[in-house]
Design a protein around this ligand. Structure first.
Ligand code: MN3
Length: 253
């Protein structure tokens, strides 16, 4: 089974556990505790309603990024924060039938600044789904090929990119994200957004684009391990970047 299919299938299992309490069927099963279990359980196929979004699997264990990102932070971030965005996004969509058939990317580009629940929770779901994929155990490789050429074209060098990206993350006031995105000409640029906004929200952000890399600088992403030392977390994140995935994100644009 391809990895993508595996993630999709296990994501559906997670969705059933999220949706079940909403549907009032009395199943209060807790979320799965680990990133690698549950897939072989003989759970019945949960009904997935149209427009319902699901919590994706991490693709690695909650402790796999230690010591750079600790297990409790990853567990809480995924099973509480991200799961909460998914649940609230689905609830908001049930009140917005005009958006029911959209993909997540289409939803991001369609909403306006006044669509508060869709903006915060749709953004929260999109942003975290990207975040889990662009970091990985080991990390530490460097951009290659087309992506490397594009980074050097836009920023001059890999180091200049890294400096600018880390600065955008470090100087985002309060909660938010920093991004590496491509514009409509596939030129790369760096930006940062508050809260759960992202560059796909063309009706909201100053500079619209399609993200290929994003770093969460909300305190919940690092405070248990790093307290106020956001810069140390950002450095650790840089060392975990899965550049092969970022290159795939770029190639797919
Ligand atoms: Mn977060």
């Amino acid at each position: 089974m391809k990895k993508r299919e595996f993630i999709k299938l296990t994501g559906l299992v997670g969705a059933g556990m999220l949706i079940a309490p909403l549907a009032g069927c009395g199943d209060n099963s807790p979320l799965p505790a680990g990133g690698s279990n549950g897939s072989e359980d003989k759970l019945p196929e949960p009904p997935v309603e149209k427009g319902q979004f699901t919590l994706p699997e991490l693709g690695y264990a909650y402790n796999a990024l230690e010591p750079r990102i600790d297990e409790l932070t990853m567990t809480t971030h995924h099973t509480k924060h991200h799961a909460g965005y998914v649940k609230k996004l689905n609830a908001a969509l049930s009140e917005a039938p005009q958006h029911a058939d959209r993909s997540l990317e289409s939803l991001m580009s369609a909403i306006g600044s006044g669509d508060t629940a869709l903006r915060n929770n749709g953004g929260g779901h999109y942003n975290h789904s990207l975040y889990w994929k662009v970091i990985a155990p080991g990390g530490g490789n460097e951009p290659q090929g087309e992506l490397k050429t594009a980074i050097e074209s836009s920023f001059g060098s890999l180091q200049a990119f890294a400096d600018a990206f880390q600065k955008a993350a470090a100087t985002r006031f309060g909660s938010g994200w920093a991004w590496l995105s491509a514009d409509e000409n596939k030129q790369l640029f760096i930006s940062s957004t508050p809260n759960q906004d992202n560059p796909l929200m063309g009706n909201i952000v100053d500079q619209a684009g399609r993200p290929v890399l994003g770093i969460d600088v909300w305190e919940h992403a690092y405070y248990l391990n790093y307290q106020n030392r956001r810069g140390d977390y950002i450095q650790a994140f840089m060392e975990l970047i899965n550049w092969d995935q970022v290159a795939r994100n770029f190639a797919a644009l």
